[in-house]
Design a protein around this ligand. Structure first.
Ligand SMILES: CC(=O)N[C@H]1[C@@H](OP(=O)(O)OP(=O)(O)OC[C@H]2O[C@@H](n3ccc(=O)[nH]c3=O)[C@H](O)[C@@H]2O)O[C@H](CO)[C@@H](O)[C@@H]1O
Length: 367
């Protein structure tokens, strides 16, 4: 147990609805619990999908909405949601009296950090991407610190009062447990892991099965695919793999990604921040296809970090078709030496101690 100024130390975390924001917040929650703190989480209904595994003493759901939606009526709705969210956050701050708050981005971070400011609770933000997100950009100027994942951080507001510190992206304990696992033997089976993250699996459902089906039969027979697919696409994808004689395990979400990453010889993924960080942490080669609609093209920024290290190939979405992918897969899957080299190169940018660095800053600034 840790006390700060006579109260049991408590951190308020805020993160929005995708795994990309929730998992880094979960990693910090795990670390603060280890250090004897209590944890309060602010999230939204979407984030509650990750609530079961989140080590929080209390979870408060906030109304939150995109303030940039087109249309006057939607904007008024968003303003109401924001006000409602701030009121709920203020009630929780009064009840729990946190020593510090940290926002990880996503809509619920906005009312949660606004509430912290009103209650004079020091707060910091963590940005997971190479380009700062909208909510973090909005709340960064008054933050006590802006921690960021990659060496570069684009579009940071000019006037930021607090410290700007590269910490890396915190990863969940389940990923840290398999950090740097030896590259699997590639002389027989070849495990391919394909996932899209919160959006972006559909493109893979359309392209990847055809690309694999076009590979030579002797290579196809050695491949086992694990692929994240939407429910409505599952039958079609399964049929293509079956027709091509390729073993496939298909699901809308895999809870055991750490084990599947460890077993993978090659990964095809989007370039969300956690995906990129996990590939580096476990040390696996990848073909990255940044999500074209991502705000400020931040996924290309994320992917570039792994590509520059030599750990990944990038294919822009507009060039990503079955022919291009099949050719790239044909080269990589028949060159295990190259895959192992890429795996080692990916590991060189694994964030060292990101979570404890972040926890140290939090502990120093809490009051
Ligand atoms: C569409 C969009 O705007 N996505 C953004 C979103 O993350 P998004 O959630 O799409 O992407 P991330 O790569 O950051 O995280 C995905 C997470 O889901 C996990 N996973 C994935 C598939 C699966 O079956 N099981 C599973 O556990 C991955 O291991 C990873 O931890 O927030 C990230 C962090 O701000 C951004 O970098 C992304 O660009």
């Amino acid at each position: 147990m840790v006390d700060i100024e006579g109260r049991r130390a408590l951190i308020a975390l805020a993160a929005g609805g995708t795994g990309g924001h929730m998992f880094p917040a979960e990693a910090l929650a795990e670390e603060m619990k280890r250090r004897g703190w209590r944890v309060l989480l602010f999230t939204d209904d979407r984030g509650m999908r990750f609530g079961d595994s989140f080590p929080a003493d209390e979870i408060v759901t906030l109304q939150a909405a995109n303030p940039n939606v087109p249309g006057a009526r939607a904007k008024v709705g968003a303003a109401f949601a924001m006000t409602g969210g701030i009121i709920t956050a203020l009630q929780a701050y009064r009840r729990h009296k946190p020593s510090i708050a940290v926002g990880f981005g996503g809509y619920p971070s906005a009312p949660a950090m606004a509430g912290a400011r009103i209650m004079k609770v020091p707060y910091g933000v963590h940005e997971q991407n190479a380009v700062i997100g909208r909510v973090n950009r909005l709340v960064a100027p008054q933050a006590r610190f802006v921690a960021h994942a990659f060496p570069m951080l684009e579009r940071l507001p000019a006037r930021v009062r607090g410290e700007v510190i590269e910490t890396g992206n915190p990863v969940r304990d389940a990923i840290r447990a398999v950090a740097g696992s030896p590259y699997p033997d590639a002389s027989d089976r070849l495990n391919l892991l394909v996932f899209g993250g919160s959006q972006g699996a559909s493109l893979f459902s359309r392209i990847v099965p055809d690309a694999l089906a076009a590979l030579p039969a002797e290579l196809r027979q050695r491949i086992s695919v694990t692929q994240q697919v939407r429910d409505e696409e599952k039958d079609q994808v399964a049929a293509t793999y079956q027709g091509a004689g390729i073993e496939a395990d298909l699901a809308p979400f895999f809870k055991d990604i750490p084990a599947r990453l460890t077993a993978a010889h090659l990964v095809i993924a989007r370039a969300g921040a956690s995906s990129v960080t996990e590939l580096a942490t476990v040390g696996r080669p990848s073909i990255l296809v940044p999500l074209g609609i991502a705000m400020d093209d931040h996924q290309t920024g994320n992917a570039s970090v792994l590509v520059a290290a030599g750990g990944a190939d990038m294919i822009p979405e507009r060039q990503f078709d079955a022919n291009v992918l099949s050719a790239r897969l044909g080269e990589l899957l028949t060159d295990p030496g190259r895959l192992a080299q890429m795996a080692a190169a990916a590991s060189t940018i694994a964030p060292d101690q990101a979570v404890s660095r972040l926890a140290d800053i939090v502990t120093r600034l809490a009051r």
